[in-house]
Write a protein that binds this ligand. Structure first.
Ligand SMILES: Cc1ncc(COP(=O)(O)O)c(C=O)c1O
Length: 391
């Protein structure tokens, strides 16, 4: 596999000498995705689905091709792949449908590791239906999800379990298997938020065994969009809010209105990029860049890493604080050195709350993706070292 420096030319957005550790909030788009988007817009195939002329056929073909490529990427049945605006919007629509299937006495189990986009949609669905919404904690010393505590919450009246594939804040990647098994044992369905996972790991839905998996292509070098894989029988049975002429079966029952075709063309290209790169190689490549970052931060006096101390059970996203400096200030100083990170909660509000960091402004978050280089890591560590020595 080529180095991150060798691949940087594929990302025209990497300009101005910036070190981009902001991937967890959105990556730069790969060149083939840019091209696919503009080619769609200029090709004359800009039409709609279900027509009798060539351009309309091309639109149908684009949707079918994209679902096929996504199916290959995620080991999913293309007949259950929904395309949409972003994960949050799509999850709100899904849980609005699920709310109509819930009743008082039912339970939905989530986690405190999750981004709020996998917490609040369920919270609202429970409020609407009278079902109970409970959240499993994580261990604040090991930063692991407490699997036993989570399984203990999965009672016979549990209808859904919503869990992250990887925390967008702490990087923790929970052991999904025992939790999914426990959910299925009581007849509950499982929703996995793979928005943070998909850019770092090979995903095979068949192997994970979940019923729904959600991801956002703009986190894996594609355009701002959402992708959700749903077990087709479940997809067809949910009482979705839809207009009457829209199809009653298949993914389009959830795809309200006219698709964002140019965006979908870019989703297809980004998915092909991940397949070509080989996610298993990406994982080992990113780990090689990430380990010196993780170790480097842990070795700086005055820096506290909020996350697992080794590569085990985590993806290459690290959150930290520097004694004597608020996270926003650290992000500002890094920005002055052309190093992009995020500060605050990054919408993982429950996690920041459980860590007791809400009042102090959360954490600084740095994410390694395919184009982050060893030199970027050195630059970040240098600024953090200098800040930490100045408390
Ligand atoms: C883990 C995780 N889940 C969900 C979301 C929400 O995704 P979207 O912006 O596509 O709604 C994000 C966005 O940061 C995320 O990191």
């Amino acid at each position: 596999m080529s180095s991150s420096v060798d691949i940087q030319h594929r990302f025209p957005g990497l300009n101005g000498g910036w070190a981009r550790f902001d991937g967890p909030a959105g990556t730069q788009m790969v060149d083939s995705a840019h091209r696919a988007m503009t080619e769609f817009a200029s090709s004359g195939i800009n039409a709609n689905t279900g027509g009798y002329f060539a351009a309309a056929n091309e639109c149908d073909a684009l949707l079918e091709r994209t679902r096929g490529v996504l199916g290959t990427l995620f080991g999913a049945n293309p007949e259950g792949i929904c395309l949409g605006a972003n994960m949050t919007t799509m999850t709100m629509a899904l849980t609005r449908a699920i709310a109509r299937t819930l009743k008082p006495g039912d339970r939905v189990v989530g986690t405190k590791l999750d981004h709020d986009a996998n917490v609040s949609p369920w919270r609202i669905a429970c409020e609407l239906s009278g079902a109970e919404h409970v959240l499993a904690p994580f261990n604040t010393s090991t930063f692991e999800l407490d699997t036993d505590a989570m399984i203990a919450l999965i009672t016979p009246n549990t209808k859904w379990v919503a869990i992250t594939g990887a925390s967008n804040l702490l990087g923790t990647a929970p052991n999904l298997k025992p939790i999914i098994d426990a959910a299925h044992n009581v007849g509950a369905r499982v929703f996995v938020d793979a928005v943070h996972l998909a850019v770092h790991r090979q995903i095979d839905i068949g192997q994970i065994g979940c019923d729904v998996l959600a991801t956002s292509p703009y986190k894996w070098y594609g355009p701002h969009a959402g992708v959700r894989c749903v077990e087709p029988e479940l997809l067809n049975s949910l009482p979705v809010a839809k207009v009457r002429p829209a199809k009653n079966i298949g993914p389009s029952r959830f795809e309200t209105g006219t698709p964002n075709f140019e965006g979908i063309a870019a989703v297809e290209a980004a998915a092909r990029f991940l397949i070509e790169e080989d996610m298993n190689k990406v994982e080992s490549y990113e780990n090689g860049i990430f380990l010196p970052l993780l170790n480097g931060l842990q070795n700086i006096d005055g820096v506290k890493v909020w996350g697992r101390p080794t590569l085990e059970g985590r993806v290459p996203t690290v959150s930290f604080t520097i004694q004597g400096h608020r996270p926003d200030h650290v992000a500002q100083v890094l920005a002055q050195a052309r190093i992009a990170v995020w500060s605050g909660s990054s919408y993982a509000v429950e996690a920041v709350d459980q860590l007791g960091l809400t009042e102090s402004g959360g954490v600084v978050r740095a994410g390694v993706t395919r184009y982050v280089s060893a030199n970027d890591v050195d630059r970040l560590l240098e600024v953090v070292t200098s800040l930490a020595s100045n408390r």
